[in-house]
Ligand binder design. Structure first.
Ligand code: FAD
Ligand code: DHB
Length: 395
């Protein structure tokens, strides 16, 4: 069996695993990434699209933002719509010059993979039977199969960056982690359409038929979402039905509507809020979706993943410079403070904008009053804006 050695074994080549590997490399710390999917799959998986100011600053500071500077779209506001009218939240003005950046998660992943490979990084794509061992002791191990051979990777620490369905979190013995969870009674039908975005900014639309979101990926590609049942049968959604529903939900008095085009890709996502505490056990550190999930309404998931690994990379740096593990010991507590604030915001945006089946007329009126408040009070709009552009990395 080939034996490999590294300082940090990273399971998962999503935004968290790749960014961690990149930041560790900049600190002179060796890592090996083990990923169960093919490189092409990771580079084309359409997911998040909104980067907070802090995530973009981190990409810039660490030298992986060249393509982002050329291709991303920088947004200074978002629109919130209800009762056939849209209202702009001027985030840039309300946050002393912060904005969000629209740049597909798969583009971030592409840039990070290219950079890791250019820097001589080791990423084992297409691995199978990935498992982690001996996380309580000083010599943890990752075992996996790759290209028909079995590997054993000895490390000093393991980073579980393998998403919500990965193997790392379930490898922690029962009784150690506390899980906090809420599952929502709806999902999102997400579409990528070959059509020029007909608005320069994102539109979050409340509607009696359910929430709708207008976003984009490029000057030629519109990204759209519709609230649907979590068990929705996607085969029942023809292109005509999708566009009819989008036009209904976005219909406003000013006549604005998205530009129609062929649907290139569609999929359904369930929605949950989930946190484990602590985000560490023995020599295993969990980061990103392996430790927490947010409903996508606040656009926070990828950004939380970036913030976690920024803290983790600094903690490893401090450990390898000083020999003291106090920064590593604080990792979970530092991340969880920010994670819970993002949970709160994502839950709030979700409750504000979605239709709940058990909603009575009181709840409906209260929801409309809250939308009216958020879009007419500078104090309320400022709170939304400062959370949407992202709280400081270590808060
Ligand atoms: P992942 O991206 O899930 O990466 C985990 C990696 O581990 C994957 O490559 C996976 O293949 C690999 N893996 C899994 N199991 C194993 C194993 N056993 N062995 C080896 N490798 C394994 N977030 C935002 O910030 N903004 C948004 O606008 C936004 N919109 C979203 C819209 C949708 C429709 C969805 C689904 C998500 C959205 N998110 C958004 C959330 C965001 O995509 C995730 O939070 C983000 O992908 C988390 O990154 P991660 O690296 O922690 O996990
Ligand atoms: C996108 C996804 C989100 O969850 C969100 O809140 C905003 C935009 C997107 O994919 O573009």
């Amino acid at each position: 069996m080939p034996k490999l050695e590294t300082q940090i074994a990273i399971v998962g080549a999503g935004p968290s695993g790749l960014m961690l590997s990149h930041l560790l490399h900049l600190h002179g710390i060796h890592s090996v990434v083990v990923e169960d999917r093919a490189r092409e799959y990771c580079e084309t998986r359409i997911r998040a699209g909104v980067l907070e100011q802090g995530s973009v600053d981190l990409l810039r500071r660490s030298g992986v933002a060249d393509r982002l500077e050329k291709e991303a779209m920088f947004h200074r506001g978002i629109e919130i719509g209800f009762n056939r009218r849209r209202h702009r939240i001027p985030m840039y003005d309300l946050t002393q010059g912060k904005c969000v950046t629209v740049y597909g998660q798969h583009e971030v992943v592409k840039d990070l993979i290219a950079r890791r490979i250019a820097d001589g990084g080791d990423i084992y794509f297409d691995s199978s039977a990935v498992s982690i061992h001996s996380i309580e002791g000083p010599h943890p191990l990752v075992r996996f199969e790759h290209a028909g051979r079995s590997y054993e990777l000895a490390a000093e620490y393991i980073a579980g960056c393998d998403g919500f369905h990965g193997v790392c979190r379930p490898s922690i013995p029962p009784g150690i982690l506390q899980c906090f969870e809420r599952i929502y009674p709806f999902g999102w039908l997400g579409m990528l359409a070959e059509a020029a975005p007909s608005s320069d900014e994102l539109i979050y639309m409340h509607h009696d038929r359910g929430f709708a979101l207008f976003s984009m990926r490029s000057p030629q590609l519109t990204r759209l979402y519709l609230q649907c049942s979590p068990e929705e049968d996607i085969s029942l959604w023809s292109d005509d039905r999708i566009w009819d529903e989008l036009f209904l939900r976005f219909e406003c008095d000013d006549g604005w509507r998205p530009i129609r085009g062929p649907i290139l890709q569609k999929g359904i996502t369930g929605m949950r809020s989930f946190v484990v505490e602590p985000m560490q056990y023995g020599r295993l550190f969990l980061a990103g979706d392996s430790a927490h999930i947010v409903p996508p309404t606040g656009a926070k998931g990828m950004n939380l993943a970036m913030a976690d690994v920024a803290v983790l990379a600094d903690a490893f740096h401090s450990y390898y410079c000083s020999g003291y593990s106090d920064a590593l010991d604080r990792y979970s507590a530092i991340c969880l403070r920010r994670v819970w604030k993002a949970q709160r915001f994502s839950w709030w945006m979700t409750s504000l904008l979605h239709r709940f089946d058990d909603q009575n007329e009181f709840d409906h009126r209260r929801q409309l009053a809250e939308l009216d408040y958020v879009t007419s009070s500078q104090a309320a709009a400022t709170s939304l804006a400062e959370n949407y552009v992202g709280l400081p990395m270590e808060q």
